[in-house]
Design a protein around this ligand. Structure first.
Ligand code: ADP
Ligand code: GLC
Length: 473
């Protein structure tokens, strides 16, 4: 079976969030279970030159908007498996990866170029695995080409939803420019008078998946479906949830090069040293008895920052530290800055994106807050588990599937979780966590329960293989 994975971001070439982690790791995991895969992703201005091994194709002439766009394609295996990076400077050499008025055109182009590239490099893949709204265009192109182009005849598409809240909407008029002029194509995109790339992907792909079993159910409800619940419900017989894995080559306290001292399940002494170094790094007074509550995230409403704003004062009053790494909406950035000004001896903040610091915080913190409003899967809670940092989460999406409440009677559970999106419920769990933290023996059991778990990609990759087989059957 030959699989082509297409994604708008992939580690180590590019990353703004979990999609990058997943798209970078899945092809390598597929290879490990015997599946021949190729990853196609854009070459951004942010993509490091050291990751571009070769120029594989100098003249990828992409027929585009009535002319020819002379793109290039680089080759690399920096993520551990064959990758082509599409180089189209006017679309991808920009200050940031997303956030432009014409993002839909940038990714429509990328999708078409990816399919041109596949044709150029050989026989059609059996499966084209598409990710999020950025890849809705390829789903439609393949579904329509299958009717007249023998090349695509036997190819099946799998469309993975990583976040239903971003749907890639734009005006129907643009569809013509991208070559989507016929009725089938127009219908695929049409949603309440505009075009939606997410809707198109959901409507025409052969199989749908999302990144946790709970989210697969949630997106069929009005609360989490963001206006597309009718469609996920309609296609629920072709929709399944597969929880993301963790790339333990990257996220492993035993081998992590971004942390001052390595540690593992049987010897956690290095974690205490990481904690000390982390407090020093943020110029906070070192008191190892006080817990560090951490948060690493895009600062958007999805991540439950409003709840963190409401409980922060109580955490400070309890004498604990708070360390936050993230950037995003101004009001949230201002909040963390204000909190830092209010309690400079207890609060450490870093505004921006910093990968090594994310590893360092995972290693040095005691607890990780993730009170998300919705969370398709979430990766940081799983990273936290491996680093002996106890997650305190809201019971939604992948957080519900990966975190179990600590139960002192049976000594089971790996963290703390609450249901309703309410600060008082979050705070209850925070106090329970503080109580457990004060009992060193209990705390180390919770840590061990989490560190022992195996969330590696291998399990997830095997489930994807079953999914691909299902798509082909
Ligand atoms: P999402 O994809 O919704 O942002 P995930 O939990 O799936 O959420 O993945 C987020 C990923 O992005 C994690 O690998 C996390 O460490 C990383 N990340 C988020 N914000 C930052 C930041 N400011 N600096 C470094 N890494 C970050
Ligand atoms: C999205 C989701 C996140 C998920 C990630 C990777 O960005 O918000 O929950 O872990 O995609 O699938």
């Amino acid at each position: 079976m030959r699989v082509a994975v297409i994604s708008a971001e992939a580690v180590p070439y590019s990353k703004t969030g979990g999609l990058g982690d997943v798209a970078g790791a899945l092809p390598k995991a597929l290879k490990a279970v015997g599946i021949d895969s190729v990853l196609i992703t854009p070459c951004y201005w942010q993509t490091k030159g050291e990751h571009l091994w070769d120029t594989a194709i100098h003249d990828l002439n992409v027929d585009w908007r009535g002319g020819i766009y002379p793109a290039k394609a680089f080759y690399s295996e920096a993520n551990g498996s064959p990758t082509f990076l599409i180089d189209a400077p006017s679309y991808f050499h920009r200050d940031s990866i997303y956030g432009y008025r014409e993002d839909h055109e940038r990714f429509a182009f990328f999708n078409h170029a990816a399919l041109v590239l596949l044709k150029r490099i050989g026989a059609a893949p059996d499966i084209v695995h598409l990710n999020d709204w950025h890849c809705g265009f390829a789903a439609v192109e393949i579904a329509s080409a299958r009717r007249w182009d023998p090349y695509w005849q036997n190819t099946r598409t799998v469309f993975s939803i990583h976040n239903m809240a971003y749907q890639g909407g734009f005006g129907m008029d643009d569809l013509w420019k991208f070559g989507f002029g016929d009725a089938f194509q127009q219908n695929a995109f049409a949603l309440d008078g505009h075009a939606s790339a997410m809707k198109a992907g959901l409507a025409v792909s052969d199989i749908l998946s999302t990144v946790s079993p709970t989210y697969a159910k949630e997106i069929q409800t009005a609360e989490y479906g963001y206006g597309l619940e009718w469609l996920t419900r309609q296609r629920s017989d072709r929709l399944i949830g597969i929880t993301n894995g963790v790339d333990y080559d990257v996220w492993n306290p035993e081998t992590d090069k971004d942390i001052p001292v390595n540690f593992n399940l049987s010897d956690l002494s290095g974690k205490a040293e990481c904690k000390k170094a982390l407090l020093e790094h943020f110029s906070l007074p070192v008191d190892l008895e006080r817990p560090i509550f951490a948060n690493i995230t895009r600062l958007t409403a999805q991540k439950g920052i409003d709840l963190m704003m409401q409980v922060a004062g109580d955490i400070i009053a309890a004498g604990a530290y708070i360390i936050s790494l993230g950037s995003g909406e101004k009001k949230y950035e201002e909040f963390w800055q204000a909190l830092r000004n209010y309690a400079p001896q207890q609060v450490g903040i870093y505004r921006g994106y910093n990968e090594p610091l994310a590893h360092f915080i995972e290693a040095g913190a005691d607890m990780f807050m993730m009170p998300s409003k919705f969370e398709p899967c979430g990766l940081n809670q799983m990273y936290s588990l491996r680093y002996g940092t106890i997650p305190i989460v809201r019971a939604v999406g992948g957080l519900q599937d990966t975190v179990q409440n600590w139960d002192a009677v049976s000594s089971s559970g790996n963290g703390f979780k609450f249901g309703p999106y309410r600060a008082d419920r979050f705070l209850e769990r925070i106090y329970e966590a503080l109580f457990a933290y004060s009992d060193k023996e209990a705390w180390s059991v919770i840590q061990q329960n989490g560190m022992r778990e195996d969330h590696s990609w291998e399990n997830a990759a095997r489930k994807y293989v079953q999914l691909y087989q299902w798509a082909l059957s």
